[in-house]
Design a protein around this ligand. Structure first.
Ligand SMILES: [Zn+2]
Length: 190
């Protein structure tokens, strides 16, 4: 009796060279993406309450963002996300591309995903937005997130810090294919 390595495990199979995107598998939400090696580097950042910590980049890296920790990926998500669910980030540099996989463990305690921005000058929270994942589903957040991003870009009042008056740079969503010209420039910048 032989087993074929081609068969998907438990009905889910995500080739790494498939188009970048999200997949749903039971309680897990998986993103697979691949990026040119000379593209601006994708790194995991966490917000520690008073400043940004960039996780040092290694060629093979598995990082866990615990539930409740604001986080983003440079040049991939132009907003800070905070979730009830843990996030696992797998980063691998291979000869042909950088591969990034994200795993959201979306179980029964996953009620909300939130986004916001932090003032670059004083760290104040800007334009908080909450999404009911329990009601609409974990995947839906990633399809919806461009709406608050564009509202943030369209309204300088939202981008202006109430505490210090600094204006936050333009933001961008998660899917580079959806970028406007301004969003593409923002994605290249941070
Ligand atoms: Zn400020």
């Amino acid at each position: 009796m032989s087993t074929s390595p081609q068969l998907p495990v438990l009905g889910f199979d995500f080739p790494l060279d498939a188009p970048n995107g999200w997949h749903e598998a039971n309680r897990y939400l998986l993103y697979t993406g691949h990026f040119a090696l000379d593209a601006p580097p994708i790194a995991l950042q966490e917000w520690l309450g008073s400043g940004v910590e960039t996780v040092p980049m290694r060629e093979r890296q598995l990082s866990m963002v615990p539930a409740g920790t604001p986080h983003r990926l440079t040049h991939l998500s132009g907003f800070w996300r905070t979730s009830d669910a843990d996030l696992i980030v797998l980063r691998a540099v291979l000869p042909e591309a950088l591969y990034v996989c994200l795993y959201v463990s979306s179980g029964p305690t996953h009620h909300y995903d939130r986004i916001c921005w932090y003032c670059n000058e004083c760290g104040a929270t800007l334009a908080p937005w909450t999404y009911n994942v329990e009601r609409y589903g974990a995947l839906s957040f990633w399809n919806k997130v461009l709406e608050p991003v564009r509202a943030f870009n369209a309204d300088e009042a939202q981008r202006t810090c109430q505490a210090c008056g600094a204006v936050h740079p333009l933001a961008y969503g998660f899917e580079a294919a959806d970028d406007t010209t301004e969003e593409r420039a923002a994605r290249a910048g941070w």
